[in-house]
Design a protein around this ligand. Structure first.
Ligand SMILES: *Cc1c(COP(=O)(O)O)cnc(C)c1O
Length: 430
């Protein structure tokens, strides 16, 4: 399969380049030349398949031309070491829990698949693959955990000193092995600048076999479409998927599941006040703008990076996109009230991102009686203890064991200044 840039259909690359490069040089996004579909044979039996079996079929549809079946099923097995259960809160009100992975957020699915696919794509090279990633918190943890112990790879994570939460820092700095944390005396933007400077140094980049684990990497989307199919088969009705969205990778993965042949009534894009996409769906005008801080901070995005992919899927037709996606946004006050209401009336603890989705789902069911919504719960509430404490009182959520044990682990991080030359010199000696 060949992949092209959304900015230039003539710029075509193979799977290895699309995955290891992450971004085309023209700043577009990579898309497969033909969007894969699953045949009738699959849709005859899909309701009886396991999560893993759905994963094999979808991965094969995307990557089967380039990756042999045995390697692909190992990649899928390594990705899906935990479940994504559907919990029904009330008739028609379903929650898809995507937080049962090692870092308690849905990003584990994409990051684990990407790590294993990258390792396979570079298996014949005698040099290690060096992954450089800058993080403001959560992405770094998912990437670190995903690459931990993956053979032939090592990871350098740059994070801003004193600007990530205590537990986030532990997630980055306590793994050891092939994961190296670099504590930068600067901001997240400085971390990103340092990473960029290493990539722009062609000689260094070649010699160290550098790659980025960027969140818009194409290989993160395919595994995210697994759970749309896995959850849809657990309800009778044609599902309405409600997706709490920031960069719109998760929602794009849902669109890919629909292209594969999944029957979907509607996608509801639920955002906080960073509502660039809901506003576009309303008005037809796309106006990116700087993001504003909210309590659902993983969705604080003012220029969603997957929008170009969504446009490509709907062939740049506003009407076509509106026909399949509805958009709605909520304030922090509404989100806080929803966290309390879900607890009091349904006895379920929902995180701020999921709460934005739950509000949108309720609105949809009110406007369309009889429909069934599946709301993606993108993170475990214990990742947002401050907000949960404020709304639900002391100790509202139990911290899962895999997060709690980190508190006692020893932090290991290499200190860095913001100086690009010093960073590159240091990296070259590693
Ligand atoms: C990343 C993230 C989102 C937003 O997902 P996108 O794919 O960027 O739209 C939502 N919730 C949580 C908890 C996240 O970590």
């Amino acid at each position: 399969m060949l992949y092209h840039s959304t900015n230039n259909p003539a710029h075509q690359v193979d799977l290895k380049e699309a995955v290891l490069r992450s971004l085309p040089p023209d700043n577009g996004l990579y898309m497969p030349n033909t969007l894969p579909t699953l045949g009738e044979d699959f849709w005859k039996i899909w309701r009886d398949l396991s999560f893993q079996e759905i994963g094999y079929a979808v991965a094969d549809a995307f990557f089967g031309e380039d990756v042999p079946e045995e390697a692909l099923s190992e990649i899928v097995d390594g990705t899906l070491e935990f479940d994504a259960p559907v919990v029904t809160l009330a008739p028609g009100d379903h929650i898809l829990e995507l937080f049962h992975g090692p870092t308690l957020a849905f990003k584990d699915f994409g990051a684990r698949f990407m790590a294993r696919l990258m390792a396979w794509l570079t298996r014949a090279e005698d040099r290690e693959l060096t992954v450089l990633v800058a993080t403001s918190g959560d992405t770094g943890g998912a990437v670190a955990s995903a690459f931990h112990h993956v053979e032939g790879t090592r990871v350098f994570i740059l994070y801003p000193k004193g600007k990530v939460s205590g537990l986030q820092e532990k997630q980055l700095t306590t793994l050891g092995g092939n994961i190296h944390a670099l504590e930068v005396d600067g901001t997240f933007d400085d971390c990103q600048r340092l990473v960029k400077s290493a990539f722009l140094d062609r000689e260094l980049s070649e010699r160290m076999n550098l790659t980025s684990a960027n969140s818009i990497n194409l290989s993160r989307l395919a595994p995210q479409s697994f759970y749309y199919i896995h959850s849809a088969r657990q309800i009778e009705a044609k599902p309405v998927f409600v997706v709490p969205s920031g960069n719109f990778g998760n929602l794009t993965a849902g669109l890919l599941a629909r292209q594969l042949g999944l029957s979907v009534e509607k996608f509801v894009a639920a955002t906080n006040i960073n509502d660039v996409v809901p506003a576009y769906l309303q008005s037809g005008t796309y106006t990116p703008r700087p993001s504003a801080a909210t309590i659902s901070n993983a969705m604080d995005v003012g220029a969603p990076s997957n929008f170009a992919r969504m446009e490509a899927i709907f062939e740049k037709s506003w009407d076509a996109m509106r026909g399949k996606i509805s958009g709605v946004s909520y304030t922090d006050d509404e989100t806080r009230a929803a966290i309390r209401e879900v607890k009091e009336t349904l006895d379920y603890t929902i995180d701020p991102h999921g709460a934005v989705g739950w509000l949108a789902a309720r609105q949809w069911r009110e406007d369309h009686p009889g429909s069934e919504t599946i709301t993606l719960e993108t993170a475990h509430p214990s990742k947002f203890l401050d907000v949960m404490n404020e709304e639900l009182g002391p100790n509202p959520v139990e911290i899962p064991e895999r997060l709690a044990i980190l508190a006692d682990r020893q932090k290991v991080a290499h200190p860095l200044t913001m100086d690009e030359a010093a960073f590159k010199d240091w990296l070259a000696t590693q």
